[in-house]
Design a protein around this ligand. Structure first.
Ligand SMILES: C[S@@+](CC[C@H](N)C(=O)[O-])C[C@H]1O[C@@H](n2cnc3c(N)ncnc32)[C@H](O)[C@@H]1O
Length: 208
């Protein structure tokens, strides 16, 4: 990676990274490449890969400033199990990893805090891509706030949902059942959910 040091920082990532890592440690396959969708600042990638070796981690984000930030954080640690960030928008078809696959096959996909901060189309595309790419037994890990049976699970999530929709009417906290239905259309079965701090959920799917 180049010597680009425009590091961005996310207070939310600093708070949620350890609880997420605890779940990833018992969820991700032990071999292959993890494709991270919407890596954002890159702080998760750096934090997780120190503990998840020898898995390879492929960060990605469609935002150029984020990709520079990922490179900046990488430069500090220079971990050789993190690949250079890809410019990947889930709405692309095919995804760049389909035309140029990583040396080790992708066995899991991790996507943290994206599906509520993007139009529903992004969730549909994420599920289609995961369905295309993951091998049988491959894992899709999602993290974020969810409604359950159409209801918010906490007043703070309801307020967050309102603020998201003010920023963009197409954004919003998703209904878990809708996300599961979209996954099932693409050959992904819900394995389990894990309650996380601050009324978030880990949502884990397996490819059939
Ligand atoms: C709230 S940030 C989360 C970043 C990081 N995962 C984290 O938790 O700190 C949302 C991220 O989703 C990315 N994103 C939005 N739309 C996307 C799309 N269509 N495909 C891939 N990433 C997208 C944005 O660029 C941004 O980095």
């Amino acid at each position: 990676m180049g010597n680009v040091r425009e590091k961005l920082s996310s207070p939310a990532a600093a708070r949620n990274r350890d609880p997420i890592l605890d779940v990833l440690k018992v969820t991700l396959p032990r071999e292959g490449t993890v494709l991270e969708i919407a890596s954002g600042t890159g702080e998760h990638a750096i934090h997780f890969t120190g503990s998840l070796t020898p898995l390879l981690w492929q960060p990605s984000d469609p935002d150029r400033a984020c990709r520079h930030s990922i490179q900046g954080w990488w430069w500090d640690v220079q971990l050789n199990n993190i690949l250079p960030p890809l410019n990947l928008d889930v709405r692309d078809d095919p995804w760049p990893v389909e035309t140029t696959p990583p040396e080790q096959p992708i066995t899991s996909i991790v996507c943290i805090n994206m599906i509520h901060i993007s139009p529903w189309e992004a969730t549909e595309s994420l599920m289609r891509g995961a369905g295309r790419i993951l091998p049988k037994g491959g894992i899709l890990y999602l993290y974020g706030p969810y409604k359950e049976n159409g209801e918010h699970t906490a007043p703070s999530n309801e307020a967050f949902d309102r603020s998201l929709k003010e920023r963009n009417p197409e954004w919003g906290v998703r209904n878990l059942e809708d996300v599961v239905a979209e996954a099932e259309k693409n050959g992904l079965t819900l394995l389990r959910t894990v309650d996380m701090p601050a009324n978030n959920l880990s949502v884990i799917f397996e490819k059939n």
